[in-house]
Design a protein around this ligand. Structure first.
Ligand SMILES: *Cc1c(COP(=O)(O)O)cnc(C)c1O
Length: 362
């Protein structure tokens, strides 16, 4: 008899979440009502920023952030190639040009490579706190100060992550978060938020998400329908209250992997100095990635690759003719994501680790 399969991630569904959804039905103001306003103020308070503007995805939050920063056609934006495609897509959708940057030793954006790629057309940088680990905030700040660039943080994988004791999302002019089901805070569907200290960016984002409206009848500009809804905001508020405890749980399970996988010919995720890593994903690295993934699959263990095709090699942006990024190109052939979420048990983590050990001791 084989053991139960182990999924990559197991989001929570329980009575408290179900009750929150049922209660949110009663207001009959299902779009941008009291739950959305409360979730926005909870988020701003948690992150230590002045404004939070909910929207229907992390991608929409990134796009509106770029628009609110005044991005226009021909502007160049520095962005890591090693990210989820939506980071790149938002830049293209805003009609700017992504300039792809290679990875550093922690798989984040390499600030030195970014500096080498600045041109007179460069306006800003979109660093990504990939896998839940903050980028080198000091290096990014030095870069933006030196060249007079803005920063839009992609925090879609880093809810609650911190640098030097301060949460990510408050380091740039604005930041985007996603509430997609696997993320550290989720809303039982798609969702996202743009956060900022800047009142003008917040006001512009509120306008863009609701048809460019100034008021009920007057449209100041062409926006779109990128609004959020009450039932999902109610779910998100419960998730945000649990976030620190869920991140502690992620960190405890990651520490268990570190302990049980030590000594194998397998690179484990490192923690950058000053960084509080929240392990959105637990990514290991080996040149036998394909064989290890197949071995685990045969034992009912789901793995993932985040991400096999780097941004600069995506067919969608082929016309940019982006130059090679040697470290990123090697990395994407060697990374493997192991199961980890607050919903996993210690027993499951130990089963995964035992299967990985068995693979390397054949
Ligand atoms: C998930 C994710 C996004 C996109 O968020 P959606 O809510 O799925 O639109 C953007 N950037 C990164 C790094 C992500 O992980």
């Amino acid at each position: 008899m084989s053991a139960a399969p182990i999924p990559l991630s197991r989001p929570a569904v329980d009575d408290e979440l179900k009750q929150a959804v049922l209660a949110a039905m009663d207001s009959r103001q299902w779009i941008l009502g009291p739950e959305c306003r409360a979730f926005e103020s909870d988020l701003a308070k948690y992150l230590g920023v002045n404004h939070a503007v909910l929207t229907n995805s992390g991608t929409a939050a990134l796009w509106m952030g770029l628009e609110a920063l005044g991005v226009k056609a021909g502007d160049e934006i520095l962005v890591p190639s090693h990210t989820a495609f939506p980071t790149i897509e938002a830049i293209c959708f805003a009609e700017a040009t992504p300039v792809f940057v290679d990875v550093d030793a922690w798989y984040g954006m390499d600030a030195a490579d970014a500096a080498a790629k600045v041109t007179p057309r460069t306006v800003g940088v979109v660093p990504v706190h990939i896998y839940g680990q903050p980028v080198d905030v000091t290096a990014v700040r030095d870069l933006t100060t030196r060249f007079g660039l803005w920063t839009l943080e992609d925090c879609c994988q880093a809810h609650g992550a911190a640098w030097g004791g301060r949460r990510v999302g408050s380091f740039g002019r604005a930041a985007a978060f996603s509430f997609y089901p696997s993320k550290n805070v989720t809303v039982m569907g798609d969702g996202g938020v743009l956060v900022t200290d800047d009142g003008e960016i917040a006001a512009r984002t509120r306008r863009l998400r609701d048809h460019g409206r100034l008021n009920k009848d007057v449209h100041a500009e062409v926006g779109f329908n990128l609004r959020f809804n009450e039932l999902q905001a109610a779910v998100g508020r419960v998730g945000l209250r649990r976030l620190d405890a869920m991140n502690d749980r992620r960190r405890a399970l990651a520490a268990r992997y570190h302990h049980t996988l030590a000594g194998l010919p397998l690179a484990l995720p490192g923690e950058r100095p000053h960084a509080h890593h929240v392990y959105h994903l637990f990514v290991v690295r080996t040149d036998r990635r394909g064989a290890l993934a197949a071995w685990l699959k045969d034992r009912g263990i789901q793995t993932g690759i985040h991400y096999p095709v780097p941004g600069h090699r995506q067919p969608a942006v082929e016309s940019l003719g982006a130059p090679a990024l040697p470290r990123t190109e090697r990395l994407v052939d060697e990374i493997l994501t192991l199961p980890l979420s607050p919903g996993h048990t210690e027993e499951e983590i130990d089963r995964v680790a035992a299967a990985v050990r068995a693979f390397f001791s054949r």
